[in-house]
Design a protein around this ligand. Structure first.
Ligand SMILES: NC(=O)c1ccc[n+]([C@@H]2O[C@H](COP(=O)([O-])OP(=O)(O)OC[C@H]3O[C@@H](n4cnc5c(N)ncnc54)[C@H](OP(=O)(O)O)[C@@H]3O)[C@@H](O)[C@H]2O)c1
Length: 244
């Protein structure tokens, strides 16, 4: 579905980003695997990607504009252009608003939201007609969170940027969409106790946590030509948790 396409995925050393990198490689894309701190894990992802297609590692903190610029220029030097950008990198440090300090607020907004500005700004000059930008937001962007005001705000901000770019880039035939995952079984929820996991599964109408592949499947669809008439949309992938 993505034969010959050149794709950058931020935060692809683990979890959802890793699953997207592998799914894209399975479908013929050349994959830029961005990561920040997990060098060995990113190397493992590249190894898997190379068995299926080809790709490169792109180290850097996407929250910093200068690092995003370096990541993009390293990718373009090898790949020549960018067809697909997936803004996936993110952090979630759960705390209630009373305990939420300015440092954590700034860090969450920088890594989850400013990173999207940084990456879109640097990638767009290299994107042509048929390009796709996908934001990995969260259902909490739509619901809010009683233990992550910074996180929910950053994820809602992503949707504002996504819709604005969808309008602005429509004349260039670049599609811009978002996925809003529910609870996906990755390191991001590693701090859940057994009891919290059990309770969450009970709350989900489909009675299981999401898998990274559940998100990667939808991301593949949005990155492919099958989604050419979809722009400015949010697809909730949450096993019914949002409506349940
Ligand atoms: N898991 C869920 O339940 C869930 C639900 C809704 C939305 N999401 C969203 O899905 C995305 C992926 O989450 P996940 O569950 O896969 O999380 P994860 O397993 O914790 O992985 C996070 C990824 O983001 C990367 N990253 C973090 N900060 C970065 C930075 N400043 N620059 C570059 N890369 C950075 C990490 O790279 P390194 O390890 O190399 O530092 C890692 O590859 C996030 O945006 C998250 O908010 C997740």
């Amino acid at each position: 579905m993505l034969k010959g396409k050149k794709a950058i995925i931020t935060g692809a050393s683990r979890g959802i980003g890793k699953a997207i990198a592998i799914k894209f490689a399975e479908n013929g894309a050349f994959v830029g695997i961005n990561y920040w701190r997990s060098h060995n894990k990113a190397k493992e992802v590249l190894k898997e990607v190379k068995k299926l297609s080809d790709g490169i590692l792109l180290q850097g903190n996407v929250g910093k504009f200068s690092e995003a610029k370096k990541i993009v220029s390293e990718f373009v030097e090898v790949a020549g252009r960018i067809d697909i950008l997936v803004n996936n990198a993110g952090i979630y440090k759960r705390s209630r608003f009373e305990e939420l300090g300015e440092k954590q607020w700034d860090e969450t907004i920088e890594i989850n939201l400013k990173s999207c500005y940084n990456m879109c700004k640097n990638c767009l000059p290299y994107m042509k007609e048929g390009g796709k930008i996908i934001f990995i937001s969260s259902q909490l962007a739509l619901k809010g969170s009683a233990h992550g005001a910074d996180y929910a705000t950053s994820k809602a901000g992503m949707l504002g940027l996504m819709r604005s770019l969808a309008l602005e880039l429509a004349n260039r035939k670049i599609n811009v969409n978002a996925i809003a995952p529910g609870t996906i079984d990755t390191d991001l929820i590693a701090d859940y106790t057994e009891e919290q996991r059990r309770k969450r599964i009970e709350e989900i109408p489909l009675k299981r946590l999401g898998l990274p592949e559940d998100i990667a499947n939808v991301c593949l669809f949005l990155a492919s030509d099958l989604a050419n008439y979809i722009t400015g949309e949010v697809i909730i992938v949450a096993g019914g948790l949002y409506i349940g």
